[in-house]
Design a protein around this ligand. Structure first.
Ligand code: ATP
Ligand code: MG
Length: 414
């Protein structure tokens, strides 16, 4: 993509009133736009990164047998009344609205109820189980705090996976598969070393759930980590003696940290299947409640976490796996001169070989171009300057560590 065609502009100043580092940098770099507190638009560069993250999550969900769907945002109150979760005192983040001809609707904040209701039409026998259904879907939550930029917003895409199993044992087996898939995801997006499987409070069917918490000062949660075991406890279960027996963690080895909850995995048991009448006939013909689990990740929260952890004083720093482009090709020529002709040709070569390249073909000062390039955080910068004419070489700069090497055109395209 030619940068001259990109409608977004980088800016020097952070927007006033934006306190989160992730949103400050992403707004400055033109990745996102703030509509209002806790509500952000994704612009071309931001959307590319978000799609990369979503792509990685989708691959890992498909690898563990996930089937992708897209459920609606608009929610029928009747379904939610069955589980008791329509009530604002039970779920305090509801956004609700009205039909013109009367009647209330909800904007979905999660999807256990509608999916359990939907699955009653598709699950009737043990032969129909297990099922693993997931989606990337816009959730609406009337969050009271909105100070963490894109990590806590009132409208956001969630990856929510739901498992439907025969019994607690087969559920447990799948639950551990999801745990591995989650670890793969966090590794692949570059935050694996700082992300801990964390014991948190569970609900009625398991004493504990597991959160994936990424250690970071910008986090809203407090956790206690055991570095050698790569496990942690959420503060909410720290004083519960049973959690130490269950997890094998020793209190003395724990270190308090601030952390961001990037994902969680949850045993739901038969809570929703009982409420919504989701059952199957077992091999003996006996009606049995389906055993459920739910598993969430917020792709934008993940994106914000990557920014909080990896960016530096010059701007964003993306790992290759989620970067909007792999290469930032920066021409130091002026349109029509020899340098810009070489840059044009190199750009076309990259496009032909399928390399994702952002080409800064604009007539701007060198300083301004480099400052912006640093801010955008694309992993590799290739500079087309006088060397390209004199010696046929190009400076290649790694954004993450500032390392510079000179390469020939053939080496760049190899
Ligand atoms: P939190 O305790 O941070 O509010 P939660 O327990 O409400 O999170 P879930 O309802 O399980 O989270 O949502 C699943 C995932 O969706 C979370 O792990 C997080 O990655 C993401 N998520 C939750 N709320 C938001 C939000 N307001 N904005 C962006 N992402 C979110
Ligand atoms: Mg929440």
């Amino acid at each position: 993509m030619r940068q001259s065609r990109l409608f977004t502009k980088a800016r020097r100043e952070a927007p006033t009133g934006e306190v989160a580092k992730n949103a400050q940098l992403l707004v400055r770099a033109g990745y996102i736009h703030k509509e209002m507190a806790g509500v952000y638009d994704f612009l071309p560069l931001g959307l590319r990164t978000l799609h990369k993250i979503i792509g990685i999550i989708r691959e890992e969900m498909n690898a563990i047998g996930g089937e992708e769907v897209l459920l609606t945002t608009l929610q029928n109150p009747e379904i939610w009344k069955k589980s008791g979760r329509w009530d604002d005192t039970v779920v305090d983040v509801w956004f609700k609205t009205y039909l013109k001809n009367g009647g209330e609707l909800g904007l979905g904040n999660t999807h256990e109820e509608p999916l359990a209701a939907l699955m009653t039409e598709h699950i009737s026998s043990y032969k129909d189980l297990p099922r693993y259904i997931y989606q990337f879907q816009n959730k609406f939550r009337n969050e009271t705090r909105a100070k963490s930029g894109i990590m806590r917003t009132r409208e956001f895409i969630m990856k929510d996976l739901y498992s439907f199993s025969k019994d607690a044992d087969s559920h447990k087996e799948y639950y551990e598969k999801v745990a591995i898939a989650y670890e793969n995801i966090f590794k692949r997006v570059g935050i694996g070393d700082k992300t801990y499987r964390t014991f948190a409070s569970g609900g009625s069917f398991s004493k504990y759930s597991h959160e994936y918490q990424t250690v970071c000062d910008a986090g809203e949660d407090t956790i206690y980590i055991d570095v050698s075991k790569k496990l942690a406890l959420n503060k909410e279960v720290y004083d519960d003696s049973e959690v130490y027996a269950t997890s094998g963690i020793t209190k003395e080895n724990l270190k308090e940290e601030k952390a961001i909850e990037v994902g969680n995995i949850f045993t739901l048991g038969t809570k929703f299947s009982d409420a919504l009448g989701l059952s199957y006939k077992n091999a003996e013909g006996k009606a049995t409640s389906v055993y459920m689990g739910s598993y969430g990740i917020g792709p934008a929260r993940l994106m914000g976490t990557i920014v909080e952890l990896l960016s530096d004083e010059k701007g964003l720093v993306w790992p290759e796996s989620v970067a909007p482009f792999s290469i930032h090709l920066v021409s130091l020529g002026k349109s029509g001169d020899d340098i810009s002709k070489i840059a044009d040709a190199l750009y076309e070569d990259f496009v032909k070989t399928g390399v994702e390249v952002l080409y800064d073909d604009r007539d701007m000062s060198v300083g301004q171009k480099f400052t912006e390039s640093d801010l955008l955080g694309i992993p590799k910068r290739i500079v087309v300057g006088r060397d390209a004419i004199a010696t046929g070489t190009f400076e290649v700069c790694e954004r993450a560590n500032g390392e510079v090497v000179k390469k020939l055109r053939t080496e760049l395209l190899a």
